[in-house]
Design a protein around this ligand. Structure first.
Ligand code: FE2
Ligand code: FE2
Length: 483
């Protein structure tokens, strides 16, 4: 267990240990964000909105996207881009994906995109690349070009399933005479393909804002998580991305631009919230930074032969626990998901899928199912509330496996007569290499078999040290009706 931030400390809006950790790391980790807060305070004091002049004094963020090569024109000399850090791609679907970028100053933001060349590579020459970026996503659905001074989400839609697209961000400063566009580097993202014969995916969990772990998972996920040419279709980040959100300035770094990790360079990301992601006074702003399909933190999607249902287990204590200060309302959300589950498992694309996988941060089963004493710092090892609400629908659906995190201990609990779905749990945030350390789960499925492999990501290790694996034969079509 890492002394720098405790795992299941008492869940407070003002987690003392977390704040201590933050105080030590805040200025170091968010120099640009701290500057931005000063900038906002300054403009508020002055009562004027002339942000670019102020923003020009801000320093460049660590890990900011390169602005040369790959089709990115050079910005005017001496200018400062309002784009902060690196972007992220969330909520992939068969027809599109959502790009999120954080900002240091007010700006209009568009996405220029186009189909990738046949080899899927980003042309090295800027002119060749720019010719491919022949379409623009520049509408937020309410009639506005996306703009803000903190964060924007831009949905790229109308794409064909399973197609790879190149894209870049174009940011134009707002409230300034300087209208010169600033560009991100060019990225490459593929839409999901529900009809594909096979699919591959990755799962991270419980990274807890641990930079070396996120960097290690990032590098493993980019370089050789699968054989060359077998790019994963999606990455599912299975909760506890952070420790809490006690300060708004944490949000960009926690959810879009982690230190030394360029999320947009990875497969598109689905997020399942963990209990620490819903902890802290500003955790209600996470949806501004993470795009969820359908505007709820629970959702379902299909990738090749795999149907996935992502559930939100909320906090690990009852809503009325005094540490939540009255802001927790996850019990209604669990009931809402139960009603939704009853309906979603009947949709043909999920009902008839060869493989049926559930992702949720807090497991629905655990090795020793104790009853926590919430008055003495107890917390849920597994979500009894979620299981009681959802197990009926999951049984009827024929869920094969529930993939979770939360316990910081990799484990596999086989299906049995009482619970006819396997429970897999990933490891914790540390790079220890044992079952308590960080893990990378790799999934592969074709029409016959779903294979899951959990590997330890030890410090300096390869991430190719399997802890265990599981295989599942495909469910027969219509098995729902046999139950
Ligand atoms: Fe955790
Ligand atoms: Fe957790």
């Amino acid at each position: 267990m890492d002394a720098s931030f405790p795992r299941h400390t008492p869940a407070g809006l003002h987690n003392e240990d977390g704040d201590t950790w933050l105080a030590r790391n805040h200025q170091k980790r968010f120099p640009r964000l701290v500057n931005r807060r000063n900038f906002l305070a300054t403009t508020a004091t002055l009562g004027v909105l002339t942000p670019l002049g102020s923003a020009q004094s801000l320093g460049a963020a660590p890990g900011a996207p390169a602005r040369q090569g790959g089709g990115a024109p050079k910005a005017p000399a001496g200018s400062q881009s309002p784009l902060a850090g690196t972007p992220a791609v969330f909520a992939p679907a068969a027809d599109g994906f959502t790009v999120v970028t954080t900002l240091d100053a007010p700006a209009l933001v568009r996405v220029q995109y186009g189909e990738a060349p046949a080899d899927g590579q980003i042309p090295p020459e800027a002119d060749d690349c720019a010719k491919l970026l022949n379409q623009t996503a520049a509408s937020d659905g309410y009639g506005f070009v996306p703009h803000d001074d903190r964060v924007v989400q831009i949905r790229v839609h109308g794409l064909r399933a399973g197609t790879r697209h190149l894209w870049r961000l174009v940011a134009t400063p707002l409230g300034s005479a300087d209208k010169a566009p600033r560009y991100s580097k060019v990225y490459s993202t593929r839409t999901l393909d529900p009809a594909a014969a096979s699919t591959r995916f990755l799962v991270w969990n419980d990274t807890h804002d641990r930079a070396p772990t996120i960097c290690g998972l990032h590098n493993r996920s980019r370089l050789s998580a699968f054989a060359p040419g077998e790019t994963p279709d999606f990455l599912l980040w299975n909760g506890d991305l952070c420790n809490n959100v006690n300060h708004r300035a944490q949000l960009p770094h926690l959810f879009v631009s982690p230190k030394d990790a360029d999320l947009a360079g990875l497969p598109p990301v689905f997020v399942a919230r963990g209990n620490h992601d819903v902890r802290g006074i500003w955790s209600n702003k996470v949806p501004d930074y993470v795009a969820f399909p359908g505007n709820r933190p629970y959702y379902a999607f299909r990738s090749g032969p795999v149907a996935a249902i992502v559930l939100d287990t909320g906090e690990d204590k009852p809503d009325n626990h005094p540490s939540f200060g009255g802001v927790a309302a996850f019990e209604p959300l669990i009931r809402e998901q139960a009603a939704w589950l009853d309906e979603v498992v009947l949709r043909p694309e999920f009902r008839d899928a060869p493989h049926r996988v559930v992702f949720c941060h807090i497991p629905l089963r655990w090795l020793k199912e104790r009853k926590p004493d919430y008055s003495r710092h107890g917390y849920d090892d597994f979500s009894r509330r979620g299981r009681e609400a959802w197990a009926g629908a999951l049984r009827r659906w024929g869920a094969q496996v529930v993939i979770s995190g939360h316990m910081h201990h990799a484990a596999k609990i086989p299906a049995n007569n009482e619970w006819p779905f396997e429970q897999i749990v990933g490891g914790g945030p540390a790079l220890t290499g044992n079952p308590k350390g960080a893990t990378l789960l790799r999934g592969y499925a074709d029409a016959r078999c779903l294979r899951l492999e959990i590997a330890a990501l030890a410090e300096g290790g390869t991430g190719d040290n399997p802890l265990f694996h599981s295989e599942f034969a495909a469910r027969a079509w219509g098995s729902f009706f046999a139950l």
